[in-house]
Design a protein around this ligand. Structure first.
Ligand code: TXA
Ligand code: MG
Length: 333
């Protein structure tokens, strides 16, 4: 009797970011391969946006439930304009924040050749111009759009280092370009411009920065889609960024033996009895906290405590995105 493996084990190469690695990565993508690469937000798992088979492999490698639509990454706004329609609000946001941690969901142009599988058959497409030299060089070398979800197994926290990617996807993808830790550390902000500009996911650019450029409040997507309902942005599934360890948010004191995720110079009472403590930012910087969030969650998850206690974090600026990811990480599964 033969046993069929659903997923072929492949050799995953890890290479330092240099011109040779970029050229090899572009060849790999052109051949339908899967390449993980750094962006300023988190590591992405890239495939040729025009190659439906490569996109199918990408879903399989991530173990994604269903075919959630992917973000197409392009080197500049001109390339984005070849794929989607920009109304005035979209043009203003692109002008203000690209390259950078903003994804725009826009009406697909009729001639858009991005695989229907990558856009999950929607009439819209998510586009982003990343602000990271490795991502930009790869996009320029490849010469076409690259679809890239975060380079983690579905349901795991997003990777901010090449080591995180390797831990999740070794044997499932072809190549990882190591460009060091990602500076922003939290995924891009997603704004749909399909009518009234709507915030689909808080992220690396704060709501107030978006509203300043729009000169108006941004609408909120119905944040919790009902059971069985297709979410507008599946990043909004309640449980999505999930450590295995139980999480307790807004902890104002620590129970002996808990792992503690702190923020700011003062730790809560009982911190002395924590099994392990990591601080998102001793100085209380939300920028530093975002950059540390996912790697600290991974380290605390690996510490083997029964619970990760998380101190309350401010909600302003990047605090909105950080609290959003913490709530998803803590959601019951
Ligand atoms: O920072 C980031 O955005 C990273 C880096 C790698 O660029 N990427 C990332 O991709 O976070 P992913 O796949 O983990 O999250 C993309 C989100 C998903 O929630 C997806 O549903 C949503 O974008 N999305 C994509 N296309 C969409 C569309 N047409 N309409 C609504 N949501 C869409
Ligand atoms: Mg993701």
């Amino acid at each position: 009797m033969t046993v069929e493996l659903s997923t072929r084990i492949i050799l995953t190469r890890l290479v330092a970011a240099d011109p040779e690695a970029i050229a090899a990565a572009a060849r790999c993508l052109a051949a339908g391969g899967l390449v993980a690469f750094p962006t300023e937000t988190v590591y992405g798992l890239g495939a040729d946006a025009h190659n439906g088979q490569a996109v199918a492999r990408l879903y399989e490698a991530k173990g994604r439930p269903g075919f959630n639509p992917l973000i197409a990454h392009v080197p500049d706004a001109a390339a984005a304009r070849g794929l989607a329609h920009f109304e005035e609000a979209a043009a203003r946001l692109a002008e203000a924040f690209w390259p950078g941690p903003l994804t725009l969901v826009l009406p697909k142009l009729p001639g858009c050749q991005v695989s229907e599988l990558a856009t999950a058959g929607l009439k819209s497409i998510a586009l982003r111009v990343p602000d990271h030299p490795v991502a930009r060089d790869l996009l320029l070398a490849f010469g076409r759009a690259i679809v890239a979800p975060s380079a983690n197994r579905s349901g795991h926290v997003s990777p901010t280092t090449a080591a995180h990617v390797l831990a999740d996807l070794r044997g499932r993808i072809d190549l990882i370009i190591d460009g060091g830790a990602t500076p922003v550390g939290i995924e891009s902000t997603i704004v749909a411009c399909l009518g009234e500009p709507t915030l689909l996911r808080p992220g690396g650019i704060s709501r107030s920065e978006i509203e300043r450029v729009l000169g108006a409040k941004v609408a909120d997507a119905a944040s919790q889609p009902g059971e069985g309902e297709a979410p507008l942005a599946p990043g909004q599934l309640a449980s999505h960024y999930a450590p295995r360890t139980h999480m307790r948010l807004d902890a104002t004191q620590v129970i002996a033996g808990e792992a503690l995720l702190g923020f700011g110079p003062k730790l809560p009472p009982g911190a002395d009895n924590a099994a392990v403590i990591l601080n998102l930012s001793h100085s209380g910087s939300l920028i530093e906290a975002a950059a540390n969030l996912f790697s600290h969650l991974r380290r605390l998850d690996a510490a083997g405590a029964s619970t990760i206690a998380v101190v309350p974090l401010p909600h302003h600026g990047l605090g909105e995105a950080i609290n959003d990811r913490l709530q998803r990480a803590a959601a019951p599964r």
